[in-house]
Design a protein around this ligand. Structure first.
Ligand SMILES: Nc1ncnc2c1ncn2[C@@H]1O[C@H](COP(=O)(O)OP(=O)(O)O)[C@@H](O)[C@H]1O
Ligand code: SF4
Ligand SMILES: [Mg+2]
Length: 397
């Protein structure tokens, strides 16, 4: 089975959709057939969670990546935390260790990796929520560390976050209306009636219906999916140009995930918002993002157009992430997927040389544990840090 198929639908459904490199089409009768395809419970669940998302994806294609000046630029960003060790000692956690990444206006970039690889820290650095140890982050050509207080406030209007946990990110003592209105109040935007209009528009945009009824509810009366829609409305109400969405669907129930991702994609397109989409799930990254950045222990190990990375993963870590994607075809559902060998090592004491070497099936003794492979462009716009794809300039000390 090709990598692309792992990211698609059970076999009977797959034939309805024709994925191509930069364009996918969908037979017009697909939606009707999907509605009736309920072969068994597994298929039903699978289709329920994927059909809206994939149908949406299948009927459109992303525009080419904008070539203009990037909106967000991270240059050799390092974030090291100092943590206590024993009574008097301390040690340094290299959460992000030299990441360079540009995100264009309206572009969607997914950051993928296991837990602890530095994704959240990178997202927080991109929003200026965390001080970088080295390197710099700029937004619209201005270093965010150099912003005055007034400029920082303006930046907060233009860059927003959607966090993983909809239960923690919404104030339980505010009604849905108050939660969405709060950013407008903080930024002194609009009169009471203008705010009201914008809040209801945001509730409408995220399809929290009926908006009048939802507006008066406290979060404990909303489902996980509804709360996450509320977080999205809160982020949207300021009309940002850039959103960091950190595992936005991982804590909502499986049946809401596909709809939420499809909603985010729709809003991203409609308002031309640049997204840094953080996920441990390379399957959703493939469909949600134009580019995929794979992180391991704070470093980028592979980066490229989403279709290229999935179709032709070059780094053994990316290959292992893809191999571990659950089998979509119910006929093969008992087929055991290989899991990634071992645990990710601690960023306090990263392995020497290539930090993936203790888990790598292609490990080359005498090389991989001694020298760090550099991220290099192996094919156009496809970057990999691995000696299997080395060139004459592949080594750094
Ligand atoms: N505030 C912090 N203090 C100390 N260590 C931290 C802090 N935040 C994150 N880390 C550590 O940095 C590493 C990367 O964390 P994180 O960015 O949350 O990864 P991910 O989002 O990929 O799971 C982890 O080892 C984590 O324990
Ligand atoms: S550099 Fe060596 S250890 Fe690292 S991923 Fe490539 S082959 Fe594996
Ligand atoms: Mg995280």
């Amino acid at each position: 089975m090709s990598n692309e198929n792992l990211f698609s639908l059970p076999t009977p459904l797959h034939s309805l959709i024709d994925f191509r490199q930069d364009k996918a089409s969908c037979r017009p009768d697909a939606a009707r057939i999907f509605a009736h395809l309920t072969a068994d419970e597994y298929t039903q669940g699978h289709v329920a969670s994927w059909r809206i998302f994939l149908l949406n994806m299948a009927m459109e294609s992303f525009p080419q990546r904008p070539s203009s000046q990037p909106l967000v630029q991270l240059h050799d960003v390092k974030v090291h935390f100092s943590v206590r060790k024993g009574l008097f000692g301390s040690e340094s956690v290299h959460a992000v260790d030299g990441v360079t990444l540009d995100i264009g206006a309206g572009e969607v970039v997914a950051v993928v990796g296991e837990s602890g690889s530095g994704k959240t820290t990178l997202g927080r650095a991109a929003l200026g929520l965390i001080r970088v140890t080295e390197g710099h982050v700029s937004f619209d050509n201005t270093a965010i560390s150099a912003l005055s207080q007034k400029e920082q406030k303006a930046f907060r209007r233009r860059a927003a976050a959607i966090f993983q946990d909809p239960f923690a990110s919404i104030d339980p003592y505010m009604t849905a209306y108050e939660s969405v209105a709060e950013p407008l109040v903080i930024h002194g935007i609009g009169s009471d009636s203008e705010r009201r209009e914008r809040v209801f528009q945001a509730l409408h945009d995220v399809r929290l219906r009926p908006a009048q009824e939802i507006a008066g509810k406290y979060p404990d009366l909303l489902s996980g999916g509804q709360r996450q829609r509320l977080s999205i409305a809160r982020a949207l109400v300021l009309q940002p140009q850039f959103i960091v969405a950190d595992e936005p669907v991982s804590m909502v129930d499986a049946s809401s995930r596909a709809e939420l991702l499809a909603l985010l994609r729709e809003l991203q397109k409609r308002f031309n918002i640049a997204f840094l989409y953080i996920t441990h799930d390379i399957a959703t990254a493939r469909h949600f993002a134009q580019r995929i950045v794979v992180m391991y222990l704070g470093c980028v190990v592979e980066m490229g157009e989403a279709a290229d990375v999935v179709r032709n993963p070059m780094h053994p870590y990316t290959q292992a992430l893809i191999a571990a994607v659950p089998e979509p075809d119910p006929a093969n559902r008992l087929h055991q997927r290989p899991s990634l060998p071992g645990e990710p090592p601690s960023p306090v004491d990263a392995p020497s040389g290539c930090s993936f070497h203790p888990r790598c099936a292609s490990f080359m003794a005498g090389r991989c544990e001694l020298t760090t492979p550099r991220l290099r462009e192996v094919e156009p716009n496809h970057f990999v840090a691995c000696f299997l794809h080395e060139g004459i300039d592949a080594y750094q000390n």
